[in-house]
Design a protein around this ligand. Structure first.
Ligand code: ADP
Length: 353
């Protein structure tokens, strides 16, 4: 059991509903163990600047589990990627007796966490991103809330589409991943869903709308992932030209990042926050928490980033060759499982609509 004087917690990169629940759980777990907590403000920038607030009691974290955004604020900080920025961050840790950090965010945040660990500050990552684009976990904090928000917004668009016999092509978030689009498309009864991971059959989608219109259908929803940059707007024009149905384009954008976290996100964040702190106390470092098949676990950050690149087909041949047989096996199995899950949902999204 490692000895800790103070722990820092930060949120970095894009915010996600549920981050506050993770902060609360991690901080309270530390306080229960007799360790004080610094809430580091604005991610790695706050670590560089020494911009922090000290939590000395569980009461300092009251009434945040139900709030969206992040009470620690978030920021993007380029300086942290360079030795001068790291030196300032390490000085802040030394001066304030911070000897462990929990970093909540996405893959950029995990890169920073690895660098901190390598410089002697044990750091653990928690996946907090609405995009669900961390391949080694089934779910990330914020994903469920963002999908529910998107679904509700699409339902609203459906109402007015039905009144006016229109089509709406809706671009949802997810960065380069189609997880949000797939699930919200199914849940809102979309006629078609287009995502980056699987080739989209535009002709089939247009024919389906023509057939559905002939069958008496008045309103049509098509969900497109933002990862297909610029495609949703173009598709809206094509659908109008080819089907004769008046078609509007809507980008849901950052509305998907706000809103009260759902029960699922609060549960996930509470479990991950408390477990991350337990892992830190056990002496673990340079890992990211995961939830696979309902169980909380972890992966080394380097492995988690590698399997992400493998899934996106961005792994260089020499990187692949350098992997051990065991790592190749679990990473390939993981990528195949995530792809299979997407294909299963894609079939549902585009066939049962
Ligand atoms: P996310 O964590 O959501 O992926 P970003 O990619 O913007 O968001 O990363 C968040 C922050 O993490 C960056 O602003 C930077 O401070 C830090 N970071 C990102 N990439 C690196 C890196 N390669 N090395 C060190 N720190 C990084």
């Amino acid at each position: 059991m490692a000895q800790f004087r103070r722990i820092g917690i930060l949120t970095s990169g894009g915010d996600a509903p549920g981050m506050n629940a993770a902060i609360r759980a991690a901080a309270r777990e530390a306080l229960a163990g007799g360790v004080e907590v610094y809430g580091i403000l604005e991610g790695y920038q706050g670590l560089i600047d020494g911009n922090m607030k000290l939590f000395t009691s569980a009461r300092d974290l009251s009434n945040i589990i139900n709030k969206s955004g992040t009470v620690l604020y978030s920021a993007r900080c380029d300086e942290f990627k360079y030795p001068e920025g790291m030196a300032k961050a390490l000085k802040t840790c030394k001066d304030n007796h911070i000897d462990g950090i929990i970093a909540i965010g996405g893959d950029g945040t995990f890169r920073g966490a690895t660098d901190l660990s390598a410089h002697g500050i044990p750091t653990i990552g928690i996946p907090g991103t609405i995009d669900n684009d961390v391949t080694s976990t089934d779910v990330t904090i914020g994903f469920d809330t963002a999908m529910n928000t998107a679904m509700n917004m699409i339902d609203n668009l459906r109402d007015t589409c039905e009144s006016h016999a229109r089509c709406n092509v809706i671009e949802v978030m997810g960065r380069w991943a189609g997880h949000i689009a797939l699930r919200t498309g199914i849940a809102s009864g979309a006629s078609a869903v287009a995502i980056p991971e699987i080739p989209f059959d535009e002709e089939a989608a247009i024919q389906k709308i023509i057939d559905q219109k002939a069958d008496g259908k008045r309103s049509f929803i098509v969900v497109v992932s933002e990862g297909l940059v610029g495609y949703a707007e173009k598709l809206a024009k094509t659908i109008q030209e080819r089907t004769g149905v008046e078609t509007k384009f809507a980008r849901l954008a950052h509305i998907q990042r706000g809103g009260k976290p759902t029960l699922q996100d609060r549960l996930l964040a509470s479990e991950m926050g408390a477990t991350a702190m337990k892992f830190l106390f056990e002496g673990k470092s340079d890992i990211v928490l995961t939830k696979v098949d309902g169980k909380i676990g972890y992966r080394n950050i380097k492995d988690a980033l590698t399997v992400d690149r493998m899934f996106k087909k961005k792994l260089k041949p020499e990187e692949y060759e350098a992997l051990s047989a065991e790592d190749k096996a679990w990473m390939e199995a993981r990528c195949a499982a995530v792809q299979a899950d997407m294909e299963r949902l894609y079939a549902i999204a585009n066939e049962i609509s």
